[in-house]
Design a protein around this ligand. Structure first.
Ligand code: ARG
Length: 453
């Protein structure tokens, strides 16, 4: 086993089990690019401040870039007993350029280094997630534009409630996903602050120029307390929480996809390329993408809870427990990046059964409220019209018919104020088209909303 950089005060080598247990290289190696980026900026600043020579800084930069190139070409692999990616790269650098490599870590600790790497990594990945989420928002916005007058039942308690349109249904998710996007963006912008210069916990006596390093790394500023800079991982928790809320929305939509694609609803037909079959039952076509999305929501919640619990009892500042933050954060990132592309593809390719949606909207007495409102306009108080409409629904159920199919004579048995104009008042089109308030289902209202996206 290679000699540890910190072995000066030790008399024995680390036990193999401890070394394996302690090592984060198997998972933190994915932050190699951010680690190198941070080290290049740090060493350039050390030279600018006269802390190391320009020649050393140049050698460090060249060495680090050659390490990056070799990792990316596969020439350099991570099969090493190094403690973490930071040690791995520093050891490799010193092997390549000698003494100059040993000057890189001046005025820096792995504590501020790892906090920086995680922040940079999170910001990079958040941009990818936002791009994937934008594709989903765009996909459902396009679908909504196609379905401004596709009527469907709106539900409460999963019971048919009032008629809406499929476009109106989709705008609910457009709104949710837009808020998710904002939350992810806000989490990334709060993460985009440099902790370098915090040292191990108490800053450093070297005259570092923290601001210029942050600038070079494209970060918006520097952390304002060295203890906080190394001790907190709230940026990871905030991101995981934003993604958890996004997953909650995706999961609700998935639940509806699963229901709507069933033979009981038949609102959706999933594309063959986005569904799966059964090894035993030849007729099956399963909504696996939606089910997995629903399942992976639990997984992301688990990561969020892990992060919260890992951090909750830690005395300031750095504690090794915090190394565990990385795997949960990475799992959140990998999961959401795995979820979004097939989910968007599934939405984009499925067939919307307009006919079945409309039949369901007609079949569920979803116009009963509008019938009550019609009688209000004839001068009867709403509480009474609610009862009249309810009795008419009951009559229809007994006689196996629907409100709009009743004859005027049948209507008049319940209220002699009902006239010919009732049919227009309770038609699906009227029920939807009259709901023109901002946020309502009327096609013009929804179109205006979509045109502003
Ligand atoms: N691999 C470590 C982590 O992820 C890096 C920081 C180590 N710092 C220390 N004081 N041992 O947390």
């Amino acid at each position: 086993m290679a000699k540890k950089m910190w072995s000066g005060r030790f008399e024995k080598a680390t036990d193999k089990t401890v070394n394996d247990y302690n090592s984060s290289l198997p998972f933190d190696s994915r932050m190699y690019a951010q680690d190198i980026e941070g080290s290049v900026a740090h060493s350039a600043m050390l030279a600018r401040q006269g802390i190391i020579s320009q020649e050393d800084a140049d050698a460090i930069r060249e060495g680090l870039l050659s390490i990056k190139a070799d990792i990316e070409s596969g020439k350099l692999t991570f099969d090493s007993d190094a403690e973490d990616i930071h040690m791995f790269i520093e050891e490799e650098l010193t092997n390549r350029i000698g003494d100059a490599g040993k000057r890189l870590h001046t005025g820096r600790s792995r504590n501020d280094q790892v906090a920086l790497d995680q922040r940079l990594y999170l910001v990079d990945e958040a941009l990818d997630v936002i791009e994937l989420l934008d594709e989903l928002i765009e996909t459902i916005t396009d679908m909504a534009k196609e379905h401004l007058t596709t009527y469907m039942p709106g539900y409460t308690h999963l019971q048919r409630a009032q008629p809406i349109t499929y476009a109106h249904y989709l705008t609910a998710y457009i709104e949710m996903f837009k808020r998710d996007r904002d939350r992810i963006e806000a989490a990334a912008s709060r993460a985009n602050i440099s902790p370098l210069g915090s040292g191990a916990l108490a800053g450093t006596t070297y005259p570092l120029d923290r601001e210029s390093v942050a600038d070079e790394l494209g970060m918006a500023g520097v952390t304002q307390c060295s203890l906080d800079g190394v001790a907190d991982r709230d940026f990871a928790i905030e991101f995981a929480s934003a993604v958890s809320i996004l997953m909650m929305h995706l999961s609700r939509m998935s639940e509806e996809i699963i229901l709507y694609a069933s033979q009981e609803f038949k609102f959706y037909e999933l594309d063959d390329a986005y569904s799966t079959g059964s090894s035993m039952m030849p007729q099956k076509k399963n909504p696996d993408v939606a089910e997995l999305t629903r399942g992976k929501t639990g997984r992301v919640y688990g990561d969020l809870i892990s992060l919260l619990v890992i951090m909750k009892g830690l005395p300031l500042t750095y504690n090794k427990d915090m190394q565990e933050v990385q795997e949960s954060l990475f799992d959140v990132i990998d999961t959401i990046k795995g979820v979004l592309p097939p989910f968007t593809g599934m939405m984009k390719t499925m067939t919307i059964r307009k006919d079945n949606m409309e039949a369901a909207a007609l079949g569920g007495f979803t116009n009963a409220t509008d019938l009550a409102d019609y009688l209000v306009r004839k001068g009867i108080p709403f509480r009474e019209t609610h009862a009249i409409s309810g009795k008419l629904v009951h009559y229809c159920i007994e006689n196996n018919t629907t409100l709009e199919k009743l004859s005027i004579e049948q209507f008049k048995q319940f209220s002699d104020l009902i006239e010919e104009d009732v049919y227009d008042a309770i038609s699906l089109e009227t029920c939807v088209n009259k709901r023109t308030l901002t946020g309502g289902p009327a096609p013009d209202t929804v179109k205006r909303y979509l045109d502003n996206q």
